[in-house]
Ligand binder design. Structure first.
Ligand code: SF4
Ligand code: SF4
Length: 329
């Protein structure tokens, strides 16, 4: 199925035109702050909204050569932030080595963690490993009720996530310590934008504390991007056009300065460079001559014109959306 999200879609043209009018030029990258690494598509879950089509049967995985190159890049350029994602990145055989390397250089190292992976064989000591390394955790928990959560992520995932959160609390995560930071990530359960990040954080904190006795440091909201598995679901349920229209109608110019693509580069498991992981899924590499990991340099990436499409309205609608949550709250 070819979804209408390629650069020649009329919405893509409107996004580029509107953005250029507001900024006085096309959307461009600034200094590189974050190196985001996708270690592969293998995951112990198969969530309905997954924008990377990850799952237990996927075998794509970053090669040893690429992992070595990532380590060399970190050593040479020391970007402020290393952001490790997947799939479930913990399932990559060199995940812990990469974390240790980043932390050894003093780089803030974010892991996009799904909670339940710590119950996979060989992963039982993940909380202690995260704590020892001072990893910054971003953990998916779409909703604070079992039903709301499991409708999106699968049966039993909520109960396992609460058990995992308790384990993380036990080693100091989510208790206010800067070196054990735990952020929950909420995304809506359907074809609508997230509610107020501040209100949702309060609701999650109250419900999770009261019902389960667990804590976290903050909550961020993410819009569901109209790509991959979520776009296919929208299409099957006849909601794709309405959702795309809704995102476009809610375009908010105040989100433009904080768009994550302006300060990051996203590396795919097969060693190519993208402006963000959404562009990665759409196979739209960065617009520079050499878009391979082997040729990565912050100088070459700075000032590049970002590849945009209709899906970009997902980042600019309402309060905005990024890996770090809402952009204008
Ligand atoms: S846990 Fe994350 S990577 Fe895994 S299937 Fe769910 S959304 Fe995708
Ligand atoms: S999807 Fe979002 S982060 Fe990616 S290029 Fe578009 S605006 Fe930037």
């Amino acid at each position: 199925m070819r979804l209408p999200l390629v650069p020649d879609d009329p919405r893509a043209h409107r996004f580029a035109t509107q953005t250029a009018q507001i900024l006085g030029e096309d959307l461009r990258a600034e200094a590189l702050q974050t190196l985001q690494i996708n270690l592969g598509k293998r995951c112990n879950q198969a969530c309905r909204h997954c924008h990377v089509d990850a799952g237990p049967a996927r075998t794509e995985s970053m090669s040893d050569v690429s992992v070595e190159r990532v380590k060399a890049i970190l050593t040479e350029y020391r970007m402020p932030v290393l952001d490790i994602t997947g799939g479930a990145p913990e399932l990559h055989p060199r995940f812990r080595e990469l974390v240790r390397h980043g932390r050894g250089l003093g780089i803030t190292t974010i892991v996009r963690h799904n909670f339940t992976v710590m119950f996979e064989p060989g992963q039982e000591d993940l909380p202690e490993f995260f704590a020892e390394q001072g990893v910054t955790l971003f953990c998916s928990l779409p909703h604070y009720t079992e039903d709301g959560n499991d409708r999106q992520r699968g049966g039993g995932v909520f109960a396992a996530s609460i058990r995992a959160l308790r384990r993380l609390n036990d080693v100091g995560y989510g208790t206010g310590r800067a070196d054990r930071s735990l952020t929950l990530v909420h995304n809506p359960l359907g074809a609508f934008l997230p509610g107020s990040q501040r209100d949702l954080e309060r609701d999650f904190r109250d419900a999770l504390g009261r019902e389960h006795g667990v804590t976290f440091d903050r909550l961020v909201t993410l819009a569901n991007m109209p790509i991959a598995r979520f776009a296919a679901w929208l299409d099957r349920s006849g909601q794709l056009t309405n959702y795309l229209d809704r995102l476009e109608q809610r375009f908010n110019p105040a989100t433009l300065p904080g768009l994550m693509c302006r300060g990051m580069v996203s590396v795919s498991w097969d060693g190519r460079l993208f402006d963000c992981d959404f562009n990665q899924m759409l196979d739209l590499p960065v617009r520079i001559a050499d878009h391979s990991l082997m040729g990565l340099s912050p100088e070459a990436l700075r000032g590049r014109s970002i590849v945009t499409g209709a899906h970009c309205f997902g980042c600019t609608a309402g309060s905005g959306s990024s890996c770090g949550g809402a952009l204008t709250e």
